[in-house]
Design a protein around this ligand. Structure first.
Ligand SMILES: Cc1cc2nc3c(=O)[nH]c(=O)nc-3n(C[C@H](O)[C@H](O)[C@H](O)COP(=O)(O)OP(=O)(O)OC[C@H]3O[C@@H](n4cnc5c(N)ncnc54)[C@H](O)[C@@H]3O)c2cc1C
Length: 427
């Protein structure tokens, strides 16, 4: 029997899952619901653009296995769709002897995860790869790459449409009713997004005098997959899922190298990360358009979609501050948090961090760049959830934690989710 499937979220994950479902469930009709006016408006369109090779992740974890599988799938996909994919390579630099032990741990994980061609470099060899980087040693990963993730997302959308599916933008899911006949969704539809003929709709508000906002009910669907990124905990709550883990938004600000200083960086230059955190530290990253990013830091965001310092959403902030997991996390990590706030306020402090491994970098070499917000899941006990987390409950699947390398792993995460959700079609 033909299945009706709904996917929440038009980021790279929702689109990858919808495309995969359309392929393995013949005759299915797949609809993606995205609240923004276009796809890839949040994490997918606001990240470092790196295709991680799988260096850091605990062997056997979902991050390790799906990142490795995802790299191969993404490279093939980009080749097939003519999307630029550049293996510019990456060095992880130990700036002094105190970092050598941790660099060695990363090298061992890389080997255990099957990352090809990694090699330890001494200080002289490092300079042959990245002439302006300085350190006592470095781990080189020549297959780490860069890609245009929004272009990948647009190609995935085209595949979904070609296969007869639909991607409805301007359609926010605000209610989920998982009843005996299937899953019905309540939508808040903005602007010119079409209203389905079977939807119950009424004009609920007039926004700014021009934008029409209507509510609509759609369904029933046989399956629902939620890939709601920064809102994944809120969408999970709509189906009665546990409130743990909660999404705590961490903003990452970037600076851009001035064009005449881009020659300081050939590929990707990373520090040895602090193993207490899932963030990789401020790095220098070449983008496919030739720009060089410096960043991102990791500072608590005062709104889930708060891309500037002044953006505050009182509801989001209240949710963060009242979450017991956040309070415990803040007690343990307040020193690091304070340092990150300083780096946000001061360009000099931000650049000083990157100057540790590229000493020629000056404060005047950078101009303000973009920002992204990470959807980082924090458990009730205050721990930052490291691995990808998927919750499968009958016909509903929630992606509850998909931080970096989530974009790299997206096609593999989609394979994995679909194999769990529709085992009879993929076994
Ligand atoms: C600063 C930063 C740097 C990163 N760098 C890298 C990197 O270099 N390499 C890498 O692999 N990964 C990186 N990541 C991680 C990567 O971007 C994410 O893992 C990936 O984009 C997750 O995709 P997603 O589809 O889950 O999330 P998103 O792209 O955030 O998409 C979720 C979508 O759901 C929609 N949505 C939410 N709620 C609703 C609702 N109720 N109804 C309808 N729609 C809804 C949102 O509008 C959004 O479009 C980085 C992330 C950040 C923030």
């Amino acid at each position: 029997m033909a299945e009706r499937i709904a996917v929440i979220g038009g980021g790279i994950l929702g689109l990858a899952v919808a495309r995969r479902l359309g392929r393995v469930v013949p005759g299915s009709t797949v609809t993606v619901f995205e609240k923004e006016h276009d796809v890839a408006q949040h994490q997918t369109g606001r990240n470092s653009g790196v295709v991680h090779a799988g260096l850091y992740y605990k062997p056997g974890s979902l991050k390790a296995t799906l990142c490795r599988r995802g790299v191969g799938l993404l490279r093939e996909y980009c080749e097939a769709r003519g999307i630029r994919y550049e293996e510019c390579g990456k060095v992880v630099v130990a700036v002094d002897d105190s970092e050598l032990g941790r660099l060695d741990d990363i090298a061992q994980r890389a080997t255990a995860n099957g990352v090809p061609d990694t090699r330890m470099l001494d200080a002289t060899e490092l300079r042959t790869i990245e002439p302006h980087a300085r350190g006592v040693a470095a781990l080189h990963s020549p297959t780490t790459a860069i890609v245009d993730y929004p272009a990948v997302a647009r190609a995935l959308r085209a595949d979904i449409l070609d296969a007869g599916g639909a991607v409805r933008t301007g359609a926010e899911v605000i209610g989920v009713d998982d009843g005996p006949a299937g899953v019905r969704l309540r939508l808040r539809v903005r602007g010119s997004a079409p209203v389905a003929p079977n939807g119950n709709h009424h004009t609920a508000a007039v926004d700014g005098g021009t934008v029409r906002v209507v509510s609509e009910s759609v369904g029933p669907f046989d399956r629902l997959i939620s890939c709601a990124g920064l809102h994944s905990d809120e969408v999970a709550a709509l189906t009665g899922e546990d409130s743990s883990p909660r999404i705590i938004p961490f903003r990452g600000d970037y600076w851009l190298l001035r064009p005449d200083r881009r020659d300081l960086v050939r590929g990707l230059i990373y520090p040895v990360p602090d193993p207490r955190y899932p963030f990789l530290g401020i790095h220098l990253t070449k983008r496919v358009d030739g720009e060089i990013l410096v960043g991102p830091n990791a500072v608590l965001a005062t709104a889930r979609e708060g891309y500037t310092v002044g953006t505050v959403d009182r509801g989001d902030l209240r949710q963060t501050l009242s979450w017991p997991g956040f309070q415990k996390m803040a007690k343990t990590h307040w020193r690091t948090g304070a340092k990150e706030i300083l780096r946000t306020a001061s360009r000099r402090a931000f650049v000083a961090e990157a100057r540790r491994y590229v000493p020629e970098l000056r404060t005047a070499d950078v101009v303000r760049g973009p920002a992204g917000v990470r959807a980082q899941a924090v458990a009730r006990d205050g721990s930052l959830v490291d691995d990808f987390v998927l919750a499968v409950r009958g016909r509903v699947v929630h992606v509850r934690n998909a931080p970096s390398p989530g974009a790299t792993a997206s096609l593999a995460i989609a394979e994995h989710i679909v194999a769990d959700a529709v085992p009879e079609r993929t076994s």
